[in-house]
Design a protein around this ligand. Sequence first.
Ligand code: NAP
Length: 264
Amino acid sequence: MNLTGKTVFLTGASAGIGAATALAFAAEGARLLLAARRLDKLSKVAEAAQARGAQAVHSIPLDVRDQPAVAAAVAALPAEWAEIDILVNNAGLSRGLDKVHQGSIEDWDEMIDTNVKGLLYVTRAVVPGMVERGSGHIVNLGSTAGELTYPNGAVYCATKAAEKAINDGLRQDLLGTPLRVSSIDPGMVETDFSRVRFRGDEARAAKVYQGLQPLTPEDVADAILWAVSRPAHVNIAHVLMTPVAQANSLLFHRETTGTMGNTR
Ligand code: NAP
């Protein structure tokens, strides 16, 4: 499927996987609707996307946790941006690594509000138009964390298990329409993810990737592009991808220590 001129709505486009995906779609000549909270970062991605070949770029400030703001932003899109062909529900985060009985309620709320409710709010705002037009593809960012829970990560893992259920449920609900629904589920990807999880503790974040070669955001962007560019009759339900040094969300091989285990 040719992506030239397709309108792609990307949440969490200001960094990491979202930014890499914006550039990958740009190189295909897509039209990019970029959303995130940090507009300074978003405008840099928009500039790079334009230079990379995007047909057009439109950036909107958006906190996916704010349902009225999400609905209003989608409703207020200029006519030339209103017909979204591809939605990439990428905005997401983890906070902390804690046992459930010692966890921070604030961290739980932030993860659930962003990764689960935010994904639903954006989906609810965008998909009716796709159904009306009889065309569209929704790509959700899952994780190996949604496949297998790891210690001290129960709530983040639960949000990604919820993503898996919503992804599969949405595909069932859209059966009989030409719309497609895919989940891209990476293991360890080196982005700001761990910096955000550990609230800027660089040393702790760097330790997560020590002694192994993680996926790059470009690797994940590549999988997203592959899923959306299959012929129109093909639906990719899930792509589960890890670095070679990762077997699942619990098991890693680290060259430096020769140990296996989880430091997420
Ligand atoms: P990242 O580099 O920290 O990027 C996260 C993006 O999400 C940023 O653009 C951030 O933008 C946006 N975001 C966070 N909260 C938001 C909110 N309330 N409203 C709107 N945007 C919000 O992390 P990443 O690794 O690229 O993560 C992207 C997705 O991949 C997430 O869903 C994550 O769970 C998933 N994932 C990551 C990994 C990994 O190892 N890195 C593995 C599996 C899955 P602003 O802060 O500017 O709003």
